[in-house]
Write a protein that binds this ligand. Sequence first.
Ligand SMILES: Nc1ncnc2c1ncn2[C@@H]1O[C@H](COP(=O)(O)OP(=O)(O)OP(=O)(O)O)[C@@H](O)[C@H]1O
Ligand SMILES: [Mg+2]
Length: 272
Amino acid sequence: MTEQGKSCNWALEINDLTVAYNSKPALWDVDLRVPEGVLLAIVGPNGAGKSTLIKATLDLIPRAAGSIRIYGKPYRQARNLVGYVPQRGSVDWDFPTSVLDVTMMGLYGKIGWFKRPGKKERELAMSALEQVGIAHLAHRQISQLSGGQQQRTFLARALVQDAQVYFMDEPFAAVDAVTERAIVNILKELRERGKTVIVVHHDLQTVRDYFDWVALLNVEMVAVGTVYEAFTNDNLRKTYGGRIAGIGAASGAIDVTSTRDSAEYAEVGDAV
Ligand SMILES: Nc1ncnc2c1ncn2[C@@H]1O[C@H](COP(=O)(O)OP(=O)(O)OP(=O)(O)O)[C@@H](O)[C@H]1O
Ligand SMILES: [Mg+2]
């Protein structure tokens, strides 16, 4: 644990956060406190503001109101503590660079942007690529990767950062079942090492298996807490409205009817 970690209970503390795009709120008065060393899922329908929450936390977009602290400090003072895996569709994969180069970008916070990475940096990056199972693709251009391989590249880049708090926006999108298992194991290993991992997640079926904390978001924060406390049928209904059918309390089975956009959901409404 870092010195900052010792002086503050919360890995992440968000108070009264409001973010708007073109004066339309995407997040409204959101509070979120995440203790150190948990694996937290952020769930909510398409357009709920999940990516916006992460981007606001990393100062990538402006906020209309509210405060955000990472180990008690604003992002600009805590950036070395933070690792980020963006949502895959938000990245230009045609950019001419190799898997190894992208992975080494995770080290720039440590070595400085203007210093060329050396042997040690390359070894660290290669070992992260081995951890995510794509060391053999190190010299491949990123435009020539499959979706799951792109996802693993980003995960490797986050791993070399050796951060305290990780933000991952849908790391399981476009990956096969084996890759998903491999990623989950890496996330759990990070937690074992006292890291805090915050993951935007869509598959409600696996929330109980993969995570110990959950935040249910739909523009407003519906509930946050341990999976046991917060991942209830009632909270799921509040978050997804009529879009969830047959939440089996006994079996834990959850049937999310589709992943279409919110506007379409609103029309489907109670018929689902
Ligand atoms: N740059 C932008 N300009 C205008 N509106 C935006 C912008 N980015 C996001 N939005 C809108 O803000 C809302 C929240 O978007 P966000 O990407 O945070 O949702 P999300 O919960 O991550 O959804 P998904 O599950 O589809 O990834 C949506 O209504 C979206 O259309
Ligand atoms: Mg998103």
